[in-house]
Ligand binder design. Structure first.
Ligand code: PLP
Length: 418
């Protein structure tokens, strides 16, 4: 990867007509280590969030020794960069051949499930491979309720009564029993984990089965942009969320068991930005060379305002509009699909125009892993950048406020009072 100090420098030197991803290994290392320092149990990075080899490698080098995986390709991706790392197979519904591969080839010893038929698949494979069930941890996935930008509990998870039955089956057949849940992504309500832990404690008590591990899943929120006009609720601080979870684990009697978390977004969101180009400005609309079928589907499906910074094209001599005033621009994606329009505006200086570059920050989560080749557009160019997205404060351009956690970073720029 070519190296630059900032995304702005990359944009101005490369003048790219195709999207360019700016990878920030130092930011990734810092965000991973902030999480590791805050969470007292085992931290398993959720590979689906961003499974690029250079990301997995940096996550492992920063000290992560366990990975939450869901498919053959993810088993292999982790093995390729961190052969000694532990893999947790947390997908509740699996193909029999994948269960076999996980147990036999990848030495996986922790699997999630939420249904008796899934238990049977695993039990039969363990028997066929002549493995000792006492070495295998089966974690019952609980259905939870709560507030997250992305709700995932509608699809997976056992109801309390089913979970009790599953725990007893697991125990009866000599497996180790655990509980897990995943409350959704970008959690907005601080009480979400507490409710889930209360539910887990109730299931544990009703089952009378000794639980060896409790896995609180992912969902920890990452910092994004903010609409300057509507005072949005600030995202809960992940450090505070984790401290509360630790208190609640104790309060609900889980102090003796192994704690596990499966963070994704909170670790990788800040490590990537993408430089896009304005292909056309039409009034308050801009057409860019990326979109929901490329790097930006996460912001389309969710309620996320992405921080966006204008990098004006110096070759453009004449401009209209006030460069010190931020305006909300509707962002149209590059494909011919009419749904390819971002659900939230970008806040940009009103002088933005055709040919300008925009650096979109904090797209490390659910971007590269979700891009498609639809219409022949497939962003796949990478550079390495030294500084955090929010550290670049050059010029009059502004972007909506970015909140963050861990070490302080510089605050947003012009236009807060616009
Ligand atoms: C997607 C997922 C995660 C990661 O979620 P984030 O919101 O990115 O932290 C963790 N666990 C499971 C089971 C998941 O499906």
């Amino acid at each position: 990867m070519r190296k630059f100090e900032t995304g702005r420098e990359a944009a101005l030197k490369l003048r790219p007509d195709e999207p360019v991803y700016c990878f920030r290994p130092t930011v990734l290392t810092r965000d991973v280590q902030t999480f590791l320092a805050a969470f007292p149990g085992k931290t398993a990075y959720a590979v689906k969030t961003n499974g690029e080899p250079f990301v997995l490698k940096t996550v492992a080098a920063a000290g992560v020794t366990a990975f939450d995986v869901a498919s053959r390709a993810e088993f292999e991706a982790v093995r390729a960069v961190a052969p000694a790392a532990e893999q947790l197979y947390m997908h509740p519904v699996k193909a029999v051949s994948d269960i076999r591969l996980a147990l036999e080839r990848y030495g996986i010893r922790t699997l999630a499930l939420d249904h008796p038929d899934e238990f049977e698949k695993i039990r039969m494979m363990v028997q066929a491979l002549d493995l000792d069930p006492g070495e295998i941890l089966l974690a019952v996935r609980l259905a939870t309720k709560g507030h997250a930008a992305y709700e995932l509990s509608k699809k997976f998870g056992a109801a309390p009564g089913e979970a009790v039955d599953l725990l007893q089956r697991i125990d009866r057949h000599g497996f180790r029993a655990g509980l897990c849940f995943h409350v959704g992504s970008q959690v907005e309500d601080i009480a979400t984990y507490e409710q889930a832990l209360g539910l887990a404690a109730g299931v544990r008590d009703a089952s009378k089965v000794p639980i060896v591990s409790i896995d609180v899943g992912g969902g920890f929120p990452a910092p994004y942009g903010r609409d300057p006009r509507t005072p949005e609720k600030a995202v809960p601080d992940p450090g505070r969320l984790i401290a509360d979870i630790v208190t609640d684990l104790d309060r609900y009697g889980f102090s003796g068991v192994d704690f596990v978390a499966e963070p994704g977004r909170v670790m990788v969101a800040r490590c990537l930005s993408v430089i896009v180009r304005v292909l056309l400005r039409d009034g308050k609309r801009i057409y860019i060379n990326d979109g929901i079928w490329g790097s930006l589907s996460d912001s389309w499906t969710g309620k996320i305002t992405l921080p966006a910074r204008l990098i004006p094209d110096p070759a453009r001599r004449r401009r209209n509009g006030d460069p010190t005033r931020l305006d909300d621009f509707r962002v149209c994606g590059v494909t011919c699909d009419s749904v390819d329009i971002l659900s939230r505006p970008f806040w940009l200086p009103s002088s933005v125009d055709t040919g300008d570059f925009i650096e979109i920050g904090h797209i490390g989560a659910y971007s590269l892993s979700l891009r498609t080749r639809f219409n022949g557009f497939y962003p796949d160019t990478f550079v390495e950048v030294a500084h955090a997205f929010e550290d670049d404060r050059d010029g009059l351009e502004g972007f909506a406020t970015v909140e963050t956690w861990g070490e302080p970073v510089t605050e947003a720029v012009a236009g807060e009072d616009a």
